[in-house]
Design a protein around this ligand. Sequence first.
Ligand code: CP
Length: 307
Amino acid sequence: MMKRSVIDILDLTLEEIEGLLDTAQDIIANPDKYARACARKKLATLFFEPSTRTRLSFEAAMYELGGSVLSVTDAASSSAAKGESVADTAKTVSCYADIIAMRHPKEGAALVAAHSAAIPVINAGDGGHCHPTQTMADLLTIRREKGAFSDLTIGLCGDLKFGRTVHSLINAMARYPGNRFVLISPEELKLPSYVKKDVLAKNGIPYTQTTSLEKAMPELDVLYMTRVQRERFFNEEDYLRLKDSYILDMQKLRTAKPDLCVMHPLPRVNEIAVEVDDDPRACYFKQVLNGKYMRMALILKLLEVEV
Ligand code: CP
C-alpha cells in the first residue's frame, strides 16, 4: 500500500476533513480512549524554520496518543547544515520514525520529502506556500464557534501575499457553499493573482478587495488577522513600512458583529492589541488548542490507527 502524505489541504476530501473534525471532537470529549492509540509509534518533527505552536502541538499530540517523538528543531543542528538534501533526510528519518511532520523555508520541500520517504509526511509549512494543519485548526475553530462552514463573510487581513495560512484557508473555505471573502491588505501585500484566478474566480467565489479594515468590519462573520511576514521580505525598509498596517483594537471592534469570530494563526507581533484578548470574540488561543486535537486526528488517520 502507498503511504499517505498531506502536503496541501486539498489532499484531503471534504468527507475526510469532516471525519478528522469528528475525530478531534471525540478526542476532546474522550481523551482517555486515545491515550495509548499510538503506543510504540514515533513521530519525527523536522523543523528547518522557527516554530512554537506547530512543532509543540505535533509533539504534544503524539505524546497524548501514547507515542514518542524525535525532533530536529533547527537546520543548523542537523546534517542539512552540511548540505544533505531534503530527499536524503526523508529517506534517513524513515529508518527511525513512523511519520514525519516537516517545516521548511522552501516551497515544495515537504512534497520532495513525501516522494522520498517510506513513511507519511505532513507539511507543517513550506515557505509561503501551504500550511494545511493550521487550516485544520482553523476549520475546527470555525466549526465550534460558528457551527457551519457555509454562508459566511470571511475577512482576511494583513499579509495576504506571503501568508501561507491564508492561502490554505481560502482553498478550504472555497469548497463550501455561500461563502464570500473580503481581502484586506496594503497594495503591496495583496493576495497573489494565482489564488484569485485559480481558486476564487475558477469556483465563482465572490470577493472584494480593500485597504480599509474599518470599512470591512461591520459585514464580517470571521476576521482572520495575519502577521506581516518579515522573513519573506527582500528588504527591511519595506517590512518596517508595512508591518503595522493593521492593528485590531477595541475601538475598531465597536462596529463588529456581536458574534464575530476573531482569528489569527499566531505568532502576533502588533496585529491584535492585547486588550482584545479578553473580548469573547477573540478565538486565537482556542485555535492554538484546536490545532493539537486536529493534529492528533491526522496522525491517527495517516498511521491508519483505529480506536
Ligand atoms: N501558526 C503557526 O504556524 O505558529 P508557529 O510558527 O509558532 O508554529
